[in-house]
Design a binder for this molecule. Sequence first.
Ligand code: AP5
Length: 251
Amino acid sequence: MTMAEQKNDRAAWLKGPPAACSAKPPKPGQPWRLVLLGAPGVGKGTQAELLCTRLGTCHLSTGDVFRAAKSLGAGELSPAMIAALDAMRKGELVSDATVLEMIRERVGCLRCDGGFLLDGFPRTVAQAEALQGILDNEKIALSGVLNYELPLAEIVSRLSGRRTCVGCKAVYHVATRPPKVEGICDQCGGKLIQREDDRPEAVQVRMKAYERSTAPLTEFYTKLGLLVPVSASGTPDEIFERTMEKLKVRV
Ligand code: AP5
């Protein structure tokens, strides 16, 4: 396996300081620094895995950080994190203050020479403005903001069949991306589970939160000349190739 194919364990991202990643991302060339936008279930996590393998960047998902915090004991969770996990369970957004505190603690991941792919952050205009401030301060520029677009009915079907690995967080779908052995992750042998917030009532709340808070981000990034719209219909590989075509234009 080459360095570019090697997956970073994202320890610094998932656990926060003082954890360090065990595999350093590759350094040659200009690193990619991307943001992924799109409704819950559109396939951002799936594309992030494919993009990170090809571009050698690290997959930085804020949802993954919150889900990792769930495995901590009650005594280890701050009151802000307890409130965050409660919001997440219901499908609501976590408060901007909590999300931004978490990002500021992990600013080293944004500085990383391997670049990054932010998935699930920013999610409100206030978060996007704060991110822009952090990047300006660090003299880092985004390469682009990929906005995945898909009709709602297809999104709901993707969410209802999703299964996620409890170990490495790899994402599967019972019909369109099944694992080789039912219930077991192909990559690490971990157990596959259905996420709590993929229950129908939580999905509805998430879609409303997306329309209200996240959809306006497309205007924010269009104004900055960074938005790259990508159709999310077709197979994951087709969408990935479509994304790479769009990115070549920006190199
Ligand atoms: P988060 O983890 O970010 O979830 P999300 O945005 O709701 O997105 P998902 O992970 O649900 O979907 P996805 O687009 O990654 O789709 P996937 O690739 O899995 O956030 C969760 C929660 O955390 C939030 O609700 C909030 O509470 C909190 N939170 C996180 N960040 C926050 C922030 N910044 N501010 C405030 N709150 C925050 O694909 C879905 C399924 O479809 C899979 O089964 C997949 O196999 C399948 N699939 C993918 N592509 C295809 C395809 N092309 N064809 C067929 N099936 C496909």
